[in-house]
Design a binder for this molecule. Structure first.
Ligand SMILES: Cc1ncc(COP(=O)(O)O)c(C=O)c1O
Length: 390
């Protein structure tokens, strides 16, 4: 049994989320995607035990870590992974860079579907590739991919599509039908897909995640899947990643690109220890966490409906990130962010940083004890009530 209501102060731990010197000291941090919950206790136990051994030498991805990862994916997501397909990787963001290097040349087009996790566009730009935008379409409170539009923005030089599945920040868990249609279009047009499935275990109760690659050999042979224990078990600080590439040619090209950067090297000692304990023993923790996250989202939705009815969250199927539409207030994005940070002293992620379609939105991380969420929302409502139409 876990108590996710427990308040664990994180200030003073060099937390990226909580210790930003630019934030007033009483800021409530609901931005970057890590949660304020303790990791599964088996992870802490394994780390402590390893720390007790006083020689901290180079580490390797052991057979037992690979086995634990493979067993998890099969048990939870019904996907059978062959050990040879796995390329242990330092993190999913580096993987995006390696994949762009591996599968495209300079000035080639890379498709992203905005609004999306900002490192997608950053990676494309930093590596001198051409950003090809296929913005998601908003139907009420739900988003969908626009494949007719995708067909029209792809040209002969477009080689790659970066898929976010489930999608950060809009909270969609793509259905098998949606993924199949996307996969077929990309195959027909010769695009490789990099599917960032980092949020795949954070599915709201009743929902189901489908890995694109599990939908058929044709998709497995033309895609790269990014997985990691970091979001699932809230261990991003010690996190690592696993890139799964069934096609040997794509795998070899990926390895070459990674090795060139000298970043595709041995895993950090504690990454391997934490990842193995998490995949082996973290299931019951996650099973308790998911209903708590769902209830946090329902609390948020209910609170907004009562106190800030102009701000509705996008329908949430997965992740612990709520995508909130502030546009009804008619304020500039910078002003919404200023009011949040300076007046409410609540830090969210501003919508425009997620690219086209992010204007007017803010992303809120509700992976925190409910009391913290309540306090943050109360502060936000106190500031924005002045803008609610009566
Ligand atoms: C979609 C997505 N990909 C990747 C990452 C980060 O991955 P990593 O820390 O392994 O680089 C995040 C973190 O928020 C994310 O939301």
């Amino acid at each position: 049994m876990y108590n996710f209501d427990e308040l664990i102060p994180r200030r003073g731990t060099s937390s990226y989320k909580w210790d930003d010197p630019h934030d007033p000291p009483d800021t409530i941090a609901l931005w970057v995607a890590d949660m304020d919950f303790p990791a599964p206790r088996e992870v802490t136990r394994a780390l402590l035990e390893r720390a007790r051994h006083p020689v901290y030498g180079y580490s390797r991805v052991s057979e037992s870590l690979s086995e634990a990862f493979i067993a998890w994916q099969e048990r939870r997501n019904g996907w059978r992974i062959d050990g040879d397909w796995i390329v242990p990787s330092p993190g999913v963001v580096p993987v995006l860079h390696f994949a762009i290097e591996a599968y495209t040349n300079e000035a080639d087009g890379v498709v992203i579907q905005t609004p999306v996790y900002p490192p997608f566009s950053r990676a494309v730009k930093l590596l001198g590739r051409r950003l090809v935008l296929n913005p998601l379409v908003r139907d009420g409170l739900r988003y969908r991919m626009d494949l007719a539009q995708l067909e029209s923005v792809i040209d002969a030089g477009t080689k790659l599509l970066l898929l976010c599945s489930p999608h950060n920040p809009v909270g969609r868990v793509w259905s098998a039908a949606e993924l199949r249609e996307l996969g077929e279009l990309c195959r027909r047009r010769g695009l490789t897909i990099v599917s960032d499935d980092i949020h795949c275990d954070l599915i709201m109760p009743g929902g189901r995640f489908v890995p694109l690659v599990s939908l058929g050999e044709e998709f497995a042979q033309t895609s790269v899947t990014c997985l990691a224990p970091s979001k699932t078990f809230n261990i991003p600080g010690v996190g690592s990643a696993f890139t799964v590439i069934p096609n040997p040619k794509l795998r070899a090209a990926f390895r070459r690109a990674g090795e060139k950067t000298a970043l595709l090297s041995l895993p950090g000692l504690y990454n391997a220890v934490a990842a193995e304990a998490a995949y082996r023993f973290g299931g019951p923790w996650l099973d308790e966490l998911l209903p708590y996250l769902r209830d946090n989202f329902l609390f948020l939705k209910d609170f907004l409906a009562k106190e800030m009815p102009s701000v509705a969250p996008a329908q949430l199927e997965g992740t612990y990130l709520a995508w909130l539409d502030f546009s009804a207030y008619g304020l500039a994005d910078g002003e919404v962010t200023r009011l949040l940070r300076e007046e409410a002293r609540v830090r969210l992620n501003d919508g425009p940083s997620f690219g086209m379609g992010g204007e007017g939105f803010q992303r809120l991380n509700f992976g925190c004890p409910r009391a913290v969420l309540k306090e943050a929302l109360t502060r936000v409502a106190a500031v924005f009530s002045a803008y609610e139409k009566n």
